[in-house]
Design a protein around this ligand. Structure first.
Ligand SMILES: C[S@@+](CC[C@H](N)C(=O)[O-])C[C@H]1O[C@@H](n2cnc3c(N)ncnc32)[C@H](O)[C@@H]1O
Length: 260
């Protein structure tokens, strides 16, 4: 690595963007411009997360990580950086690397960490299935509502490294779905095929939030996958909602690497 670029062992060179991140998805045919969350999704996520509704999740993960001193942690599928930045701020002795396939999201991560003047983070546009870290280099790897990559996580995590995967609980956002759909359903558990890991611990962080702003309700709904498969009637119901008492629920699962 020099001041303006990163070089990989095979001789590839990746320029550091003016905002300070590196784009590793420059290979022809990958179309990095449109990969992952688009600008509207990134904005919705930022508008909602900045209100602090999901801050208890970031704080819980920060507590888990800060219990071990000076770790190197990866945020895989870090999105627009709310969690990476908040956790890095609470764990100043640790170093955090965020990777996301969306260039817009990673550019926003840089804005966040500049605003907070954080010096313990780095970000790259890249894939969770091809992380830019050496074998057995990470102490912690967390993945919040993003694609889970068994083989790559097993490669990058140290033997005693920990994987933290966050997914929605059955009741997460149920009241919001009930307001929009005739037949709302509860979330089913995700199946990740984490064959290289052993589940050590799981914890449901669940609480109620009264969301009283129409803009916040709309931003929340538009950062979920439901937004893109909701009928016109459902969207009309959503837009008419100016208040929603909603369950927020995160299933936090901790896994140990099975490496010998
Ligand atoms: C639901 S968002 C979650 C973002 C963030 N973890 C959060 O909770 O705010 C999923 C993220 O995964 C990213 N993503 C999708 N496929 C990916 C891949 N193959 N590698 C890395 N990131 C990916 C998207 O761009 C998006 O930012």
């Amino acid at each position: 690595m020099d001041a303006k670029s990163w070089r990989c062992p095979s001789g590839h060179c990746f320029d550091i963007a003016s905002k300070g991140y590196v784009n590793l998805l420059t290979t022809a045919g990958k179309n990095p411009k449109n990969a992952g969350d688009n600008a509207a999704m990134v904005k919705a996520r930022t508008d909602f997360l900045d209100k602090g509704y999901y801050a208890p999740l970031a704080d819980r993960i920060a507590d888990m990580i800060s219990a071990r001193a000076s770790v190197f942690a990866v945020d895989s599928g870090c999105g627009e950086g709310f969690y990476t930045a908040r956790i890095a701020e609470k764990c100043p002795d640790c170093f955090f690397a965020g990777v996301d396939i969306s260039k817009t999201a990673i550019a926003h991560c840089m804005t966040r960490v500049h605003q907070k003047k954080l010096s313990n983070t780095a970000f790259a546009v890249g894939s969770s299935y091809k992380l830019p870290f050496p074998d057995s280099s990470a102490d912690e790897l967390f993945c919040i509502f993003a694609p889970v990559a068994n083989d790559e996580y097993a490669r990058v995590l140290k033997k005693d490294g920990r994987l933290i995967v966050v997914s929605p609980t059955a009741d997460h956002l149920f009241e919001l779905k009930a307001a929009v759909y005739d037949e709302p359903y509860k979330n089913r558990p995700n199946k990740y095929g984490l064959d290289s890991f052993v589940l050590e611990d799981e914890y449901s962080l669940e609480y109620k939030e009264e969301i009283t702003s129409q803009d916040d309700i709309y931003a929340l709904f538009s950062m979920t996958p439901y937004f893109y498969r909701t009928s016109e009637t459902g969207m009309a119901r959503l837009k008419a909602l100016d208040k929603c008492d909603v369950t927020i629920g995160f299933l936090i699962q901790s896994y140990r690497n099975n490496k010998i």
